[in-house]
Design a protein around this ligand. Structure first.
Ligand code: HEM
Ligand SMILES: *[C@@H]1O[C@H](CO)[C@@H](O)[C@H](O)[C@H]1NC(C)=O
Ligand SMILES: *[C@@H]1O[C@H](CO)[C@@H](O)[C@H](O)[C@H]1NC(C)=O
Ligand SMILES: *[C@@H]1O[C@H](CO)[C@@H](O)[C@H](O)[C@H]1NC(C)=O
Ligand SMILES: *[C@@H]1O[C@H](CO)[C@@H](O)[C@H](O)[C@H]1NC(C)=O
Ligand SMILES: *[C@@H]1O[C@H](CO)[C@@H](O)[C@H](O)[C@H]1NC(C)=O
Length: 331
C-alpha cells in the first residue's frame, strides 16, 4: 500500500517536472501578436524602409544589433539599455562601443508600435522583426518571425566582452562561441553570410594588411589586388575608423556573393576568410555549397536566424515589456 502510494506520488512529481521543463523552454510563436497587435510586422517594416531610404547601411546595422542582443543573455533587448543607476550598458562593451548602431531607428520603431498597440510589443521582438525586414529589404530571404520574447531588466557588458566572437578568433574559437549558445557550424557559416552587407572599420583589418600574426607581412590568404585596395583605404597610421564594405562586390545587397568572395580570397575580416581558407575545417564545404547556390544559402540563413532568435528568450511572466527600449520600466 505504502509502496503504491509513494510510487504514484513519484509519478505525479515526474509529470510535474516534465511540465516544468516544457514551460522553461522557448515558447515563441508566429501568431503571438495576432490579436494584440496584428499589424506589428508592417509597422516595423515601414519604419525600417523609411530609414533605409536615407541610410542604405542601416539594414545591416539592424541585423547586427539582433545578433549582438541574442549572444548576450539571450534575445532579451539587453543591448538596448542605456546606463542608469541600476544598469551598466552593453553599449560600452568592446564589441559595441563606437560600432553598434541603429539605436535611434529602434526608438522610432518602438514609438510607431506603441502608437498602434501601447505596452504590448517587446523591444526584443522589435529587434527580431527589424532584422527580418532588413534582410528582405536588401534583397535577401524572408521568414516567419517567431515572437513572444520579453525584455530583460538587466544588461551584462562583461558577457558582451567575453562571449561575442571577435574578428581575430580562430575557427575553433568561433565554433565554440556559437556552440555555447546552441548554434552549430552550419549556423556559424550561414550567419556569417550577413557580412554580405554593411561596413567594417579599418581597425578590424589593419593587422591583416601590414603585420599579420607578427610576421611583418600581410595575411597570405588575401587576394593581391584586394590587398592593395584595402591598403589604400586603410593606410598605416591613418584614420582607423574609415569604413570598408564587408562585401566589395555588392555592398548593400543581401546575396551569396560573400561566399564567392571567400573563394576568391576577398573576405574582409580574418574571421570571414578563415571559414574558407582553414584547411580541413568543417566550414569549407559549407562555404562552397552557399557560394554555388544562393537558394541553399537563403534557406539556411533563414533557419539559422530563427535558431539565433531562439537563444534563451524571456517568455511568459519573465522580464517585462519595456515602454522605452533604453530603460527598464520604472527605472
Ligand atoms: C562569426 C563571427 C563574427 C564576427 C567576428 C563579426 C565581426 C564583425 C565586425 C568586426 C564588424 C565591423 C564592426 C565595425 O566596424 O564597427 C561586423 C559588422 C557586421 N556584422 Fe558581424 N561578426 C560576426 C558574425 C556576425 C553575425 C552572426 C551577424 C548577423 C547575423 C553579423 C552581422 C554583421 C553586419 C550586418 C555587420 C555590418 C554592420 C554595419 O554596417 O553597421 N555578424 N561584424
Ligand atoms: C495595417 O497595415 C496595412 C499595411 O500597412 C494597412 O493597409 C492597414 O490599414 C493597417 N491596419 C490597421 C488596423 O492599422
Ligand atoms: C556607462 O557607465 C560606464 C561605467 O560606469 C562608463 O564607463 C561609460 O562611459 C558610461 N557610458 C555612457 C555612454 O555614459
Ligand atoms: C570590456 O572591455 C573593455 C576593453 O577591454 C573594458 O574597457 C571594459 O571595462 C570591459 N567591461 C566590462 C564590464 O568588463
Ligand atoms: C546544424 O543544425 C541544423 C538544424 O538547426 C541541421 O539541419 C544541420 O544539419 C546542423 N549542422 C551540422 C553540421 O550538424
Ligand atoms: C610586427 O609585429 C610584431 C609583433 O607584434 C613586432 O615585433 C614587429 O616589430 C612588427 N613588424 C613590423 C614590420 O611592424
Amino acid at each position: 500500500m505504502a509502496y503504491s502510494s509513494s510510487s504514484s506520488y513519484y509519478l505525479l512529481f515526474l509529470l510535474f517536472a516534465i511540465q516544468l521543463a516544457h514551460v522553461s523552454q522557448a515558447q515563441l510563436s508566429s501568431t503571438f501578436y495576432d490579436t494584440s497587435c496584428p499589424n506589428v510586422s508592417s509597422i516595423v517594416r515601414n519604419v525600417v524602409q523609411q530609414a533605409q531610404s536615407s541610410d542604405p547601411r542601416i539594414v545591416a546595422s539592424l541585423v547586427r544589433l539582433f545578433f549582438h542582443d541574442c549572444f548576450v543573455q539571450g534575445c532579451d533587448g539587453s543591448i538596448l539599455l542605456d546606463n542608469s543607476s541600476t544598469i551598466q550598458s552593453e553599449k560600452d562593451a568592446l564589441p559595441n562601443k563606437n560600432s553598434a548602431r541603429g539605436f535611434d531607428v529602434v526608438d522610432n520603431i518602438k514609438t510607431a508600435v506603441e502608437n498602434a498597440c501601447p505596452g504590448v510589443v517587446s523591444c526584443a521582438d522589435i529587434l527580431a522583426l527589424a532584422a527580418e525586414s532588413s534582410v528582405d529589404l536588401a534583397g535577401g530571404p524572408t521568414w516567419t518571425v517567431l515572437l513572444g520574447r520579453r525584455d530583460s531588466t538587466t544588461a551584462n557588458p562583461t558577457v558582451a566582452n567575453t562571449s561575442m566572437p571577435v574578428p581575430f578568433d580562430s575557427i575553433t574559437v568561433l565554433q565554440q562561441k556559437f556552440s555555447n549558445v546552441g548554434l552549430n557550424v552550419t549556423d556559424l557559416v550561414a550567419l556569417s553570410g550577413a557580412h554580405t552587407f554593411g561596413r567594417s572599420q579599418c581597425l578590424f583589418v589593419l593587422n591583416r594588411l601590414y603585420n599579420f600574426s607578427g610576421t611583418g607581412s600581410p595575411d597570405p590568404s588575401l587576394d593581391a589586388t584586394y590587398l592593395k585596395t584595402l591598403q589604400q583605404n586603410c593606410p598605416q597610421g591613418g584614420d582607423t575608423t574609415t569604413l570598408n564594405n564587408l562585401d566589395p562586390t555588392t555592398p548593400d545587397t543581401f546575396d551569396n556573393n560573400y561566399f564567392s568572395n571567400l573563394q576568391n580570397n576577398q573576405g574582409l575580416l580574418q574571421s570571414d576568410q578563415e571559414l574558407f581558407s582553414t584547411s580541413g575545417a568543417a566550414t569549407v564545404s559549407i562555404v562552397n555549397s552557399f557560394a554555388g547556390d544562393q537558394k541553399t544559402f537563403f534557406q539556411s540563413f533563414a533557419s539559422s536566424m530563427i535558431n539565433m532568435g531562439n537563444i534563451s528568450p524571456l517568455t511568459g511572466s519573465n522580464g517585462e515589456v519595456r515602454s522605452n527600449c533604453r530603460k527598464v520600466n520604472g527605472g
